[in-house]
Design a binder for this molecule. Structure first.
Ligand code: CP
Ligand code: NVA
Length: 298
């Protein structure tokens, strides 16, 4: 039984399998040799909004031969307080796999333990493993192996995106720099658990120098809306823009997991200048999701 709950727990060999298969799924779209989800029904159980993750998983499951249902957490009894343990035991007796987007990391872990069906983390407050797998796939598609390269993350260094990047860095051997205000830097515990070469700084210019990729994410993650005004003040200046891109390596990639807020974490001109990369990255969610699903059932 395989679950993708966190990149911390994903062995390096499995990273490599997923990245390799994503390439094959991209190349063979419309003519996949196998239908690994044939005869299976999967559920997407989402407590937070989603465009890319939802559509890529729904499409991916169907194109791999499976059936899929979307369950908004508010529309099932979970939203009225039915315990996750009971929801998991019910679904585990009816369906073959689950893709979950929620708040607490412990909820996806509990679901996996109680349902006994393959469970995929489609974003929690702690991690967004599917997104970082896609980002690495996209980097390697455009620039070759990420090993030995420098990835610079600018913005909220304590949210799900940088945490998944942190756990990927040591395993795949690239340098990760995180430029974030003091109050929004990753915890010492996470850095210690991950190991690898990770530099955390408040100085975004220093972090950008010579980088192979500049990456950003929203300043206000889902669930943090009440802190929006305060965050916008604190993150002011932590933006990918033309002067910052100039500090990176010539030809450096600019990536964004999306959705993007122009004028906040990235300016409109820089976003449009790198839109081709950013929307290839978004498209690649589909191909990588298929590789994750195939890995989970094999
Ligand atoms: N990047 C990402 O996960 O997008 P959605 O929130 O639209 O799924
Ligand atoms: N950190 C963002 C990622 C969105 C894909 C959030 O959690 O809202």
């Amino acid at each position: 039984m395989k679950h993708l709950l966190s990149l911390e727990k994903l062995p390096r060999a499995d990273f490599e399998t997923i990245l390799r298969d994503a390439k094959t799924f991209k190349q063979t779209r419309g003519a996949h040799k196998t239908q690994p989800l044939a005869g299976q029904t999967w559920a997407l159980i989402f407590s937070k909004s989603s465009t890319r993750t939802r559509v890529s998983f729904e499409t991916g499951i169907r194109e791999l031969g499976g059936q899929v249902m979307f369950l908004s957490a508010n529309d099932i009894q979970l939203g009225r307080g039915e315990p996750i343990e009971d929801t998991a035991r019910v679904l585990g007796r009816m369906i073959h796999g689950a893709v979950i987007r929620t708040f607490a990391q412990s909820d996806v872990e509990t679901f996996a333990a109680f349902s006994k069906i393959p469970t995929i983390n489609a974003l929690t407050d702690d991690e967004h493993p599917c997104q970082v797998l896609t980002d690495i796939f996209t980097f390697e598609e455009l620039r070759g192996s990420i090993a030995g390269k420098v990835v610079t993350f600018i913005g909220d260094g304590a949210c799900n995106m940088p945490v998944s990047w942190i756990f990927a860095a040591a395993k795949l051997g690239f340098e990760l720099r995180i430029a974030a205000p003091k109050e929004f830097q990753p915890s010492a515990d996470i850095l210690k658990r991950a190991g690898g070469k990770i530099i955390v700084t408040e100085d975004l210019n220093a972090a950008a120098v010579g980088a192979d990729m500049l990456y950003t994410d929203v300043w206000v993650s889902m669930g943090k809306e009440a802190e929006a005004a305060e965050r916008i003040k604190i993150f002011n200046g932590y933006q990918i823009n033309a002067p910052l891109v100039k500090l990176a390596k010539p030809g450096a990639l600019v990536m964004h997991c999306l959705p993007a807020y122009r004028g906040k974490e990235i300016d409109a001109e820089t976003f449009e200048a790198h839109a081709d990369t950013i929307f290839t990255q978004a498209e690649n969610r589909l191909h990588t999701q298929k590789a994750v699903l195939n890995w989970a059932v094999s």
